[in-house]
Write a protein that binds this ligand. Structure first.
Ligand SMILES: NC(=O)c1ccc[n+]([C@@H]2O[C@H](COP(=O)([O-])OP(=O)(O)OC[C@H]3O[C@@H](n4cnc5c(N)ncnc54)[C@H](OP(=O)(O)O)[C@@H]3O)[C@@H](O)[C@H]2O)c1
Length: 281
């Protein structure tokens, strides 16, 4: 699929993001570079990495190997919990840029709020200042609740462009999506398939896949697009990489979207990833 057929979203800072990206965890080493380079070759233009994935070197290497101009690919990385203090956050971003071999990041996120440490407001102020310096084009957060969002917005006057949250059919996050819409924040979805809980065999998904002549994975990713969520699927398989990008030439009915959303469960989270208690150091 040609990259010019991927729609884009405009963010609240005027920058844009492609409507689907490529998750890079846990791709690492030579195999990781190969998988990420292949993702760029098949047309992904948004890569998602993090300090804690230990693969920023590989992402930078894949970008160079692809031969694509820097401004045609968007790179997201994330600030780990142990770097939330202001000076450490600044140093951390410089270190990420060094590992990636880049002069700027397209998007940098606070990986988790780590409320028990209670330094995410400082971390946010560092990202606000680094954006002003031009080292990061767009700034955002990940795994923030409404209370965490409100606190950093009140403290800085700057609304994150993106909140990257766990979101898949078992955990559709209706309430957070409403919060994001109200605040003008783009919802990005991690574990968009639902990993080991991916509902690839559920009738709501297989029925739509049969009707449309697409794969069950494509149906799940198309559901994200139609609910306004930006998915970042990871795949090390070249065929699934291509399919996961090819989700803009067909449409689910409203009933199909609702049936997939109805797969949501109260305890639908994949692991103990509750933003109020999870500590990502
Ligand atoms: N912000 C955060 O806290 C956070 C947390 C977790 C993840 N993330 C980010 O989100 C990205 C994606 O999340 P994830 O890797 O946890 O979950 P995911 O993308 O939902 O699922 C990945 C798994 O699904 C398989 N898969 C991919 N496409 C498929 C398809 N079309 N049909 C069937 N199976 C398919 C992959 O296997 P194959 O590789 O064999 O295809 C892999 O095992 C990560 O890579 C990372 O960048 C962020």
């Amino acid at each position: 699929m040609a990259e010019d057929t991927i729609p884009t979203y405009e963010l609240n800072d005027g920058n844009t993001l492609p409507a689907v990206g490529f998750g890079t965890y846990p791709l690492a080493g030579d195999e990781g570079v190969d998988a990420i380079t292949n993702a760029l070759e098949v047309g992904y233009r948004l890569l998602d990495t993090a300090v804690n994935y230990g693969n920023e070197n590989e992402v930078g290497e894949a970008l160079r190997r692809s031969g694509l101009p820097r401004d045609e690919v968007q790179v997201t990385s994330k600030l780990p919990g142990r770097h939330h203090a202001y000076d450490e956050a600044v140093a951390s971003v410089h270190a990420s840029l060094g590992r990636l071999g880049l002069e700027y990041l397209d998007l940098h996120l606070i990986h988790w709020p780590n409320p028990s440490v209670d330094k995410y407001v400082e971390a946010w102020q560092a990202l606000v200042d680094l954006q002003k310096e031009g080292l990061i084009r767009s700034i955002g957060v990940s795994n923030f609740t409404e209370a965490h969002l409100t606190r950093i917005i009140d403290a800085s006057g700057v609304t994150p462009a993106v909140n990257q949250v766990e979101l898949h059919p078992r955990f559709p996050q209706e309430e957070m999506r409403r919060v994001h819409d109200r605040l003008g924040i783009r919802t990005e979805a991690w574990s968009p398939m639902g990993k080991r809980r991916a509902p690839l065999e559920e009738a709501a998904v297989t029925g739509a896949a049969e009707r449309l002549g697409v794969t069950t994975g494509q149906v799940i990713l198309r559901w994200h697009v139609q609910i306004g969520s930006l998915p970042i699927p990871k795949s090390s398989n070249p065929e699934r990489q291509r399919h996961n990008l090819d989700i803009f030439g067909f449409e689910l009915t409203d009933d199909e979207v609702d049936a997939i959303s109805a797969l949501g469960e109260a305890d639908g989270r994949l692991f103990g990833g509750d933003p109020d208690t999870h500590e990502e150091m």
